[in-house]
Design a protein around this ligand. Structure first.
Ligand code: AMP
Length: 283
């Protein structure tokens, strides 16, 4: 497997593949790989001739008081895991390669980015759409792969691709979970054993909310309150948001109907975790 660290090296690698008529799949990540990332890579492996994974902890998507500096990094381990999942090349640039001195250009999707995670992380999605635009311009893939775990992110990127006419197909992949239901995340590494138990409250709350809706509850406030109660029953949890929203517009729902997103962000100790589930409610 190739390790590419400059934009010029990626352009050469991609040009050679294109000369041979090969299709290209891109898997953008921040590294510290787990099975969630690897399921994206395996899907890309099945659908493309060449698979490129980017590994870049993107400073512009972190707020000033967030975990950019301590975000876990292990490129050697990531290279082995990526190779095992069929990745052909890893693009792992330095921060200065992506954001040279004088960098001044940003991409922003409006509306969809002001709610849910965007409300508690101002500027986060602007950083995401900026770096993903750059990766799309550098790699020029046919397809790019994103996880359902970051539902809002995938929705925002699909809107950006449509609005800016990127000729790239966006593919979303279901959330990969631990046996007990916790969504895999690089940030799970921060959790103490007791916090790891409390982290299960996210999945428990989503299950509880889904069950209430399946049993016929249609008042979003009732479902939300039950979910909040489940979360706060666990030690060291603090709710950032519990949302019941239209899955396409992300607008909050009062009455539960149509394609419904249950999404939440919860602090467990000093670690902010997110999870979500989408339900079809047709009655
Ligand atoms: P990250 O490295 O956290 O930025 O994630 C890179 C990509 O992997 C994003 O598209 C995420 O949505 C996706 N991803 C992260 N965790 C999971 C998971 N548990 N299951 C599926 N995809 C995931």
């Amino acid at each position: 497997m190739e390790l590419l660290q400059t934009i010029a090296a990626v352009r050469n690698y991609v040009a050679a593949a294109r000369q041979r008529g090969l299709s290209i799949g891109l898997v953008p990540t921040m590294g510290y790989l787990h099975e969630g990332h690897l399921s994206l890579a395996r899907a890309a492996r099945q659908q493309n001739d060449v698979v490129i994974m980017s590994i870049f902890v993107n400073p512009t998507q972190f707020g000033p008081n967030e975990d950019f500096a301590r975000y876990p990094r292990d490129l050697e381990r990531d290279r082995e895991l990526a190779a095992g999942a069929g990745v052909d090349a890893v693009f792992a640039p330095a921060v200065e390669e992506m954001y040279p001195a004088g960098y001044a250009t940003y991409v922003q999707v409006e509306g969809l980015t002001e709610v849910l995670c965007g409300a508690s992380r101002p500027g986060h999605f602007r950083g995401v759409t900026t770096v993903v635009s750059k990766l799309f311009n550098i790699v020029q893939p046919d397809r790019a792969y994103f996880g359902q775990k970051d539902y809002q992110q995938a929705l925002v990127i699909k809107r950006m691709v449509r609005d800016l006419n990127f000729p790239i197909e966006i593919i979303t992949i279901p959330t990969v979970r631990e046996a007990d239901g916790l969504a895999l995340s690089s940030r799970n590494k921060y959790l103490t054993p007791e916090q790891r138990r409390s982290a299960l409250s996210l999945h428990r709350a989503l299950n509880l909310g889904s069950d209430l809706i399946k049993a016929g509850e249609r008042e979003a406030a009732v479902v939300r309150r039950a979910m909040e109660k489940e979360i706060t029953a666990w030690p060291e949890t603090r709710i950032d948001y519990v949302a019941i929203s239209d899955a396409d517009t992300l607008k909050p729902l009062e009455k539960i109907a149509g394609r419904v997103l249950l999404a939440l962000a919860v602090w467990v100790g000093n670690t902010r975790l997110i999870d979500n589930v989408v339900l079809e409610v047709n009655d």
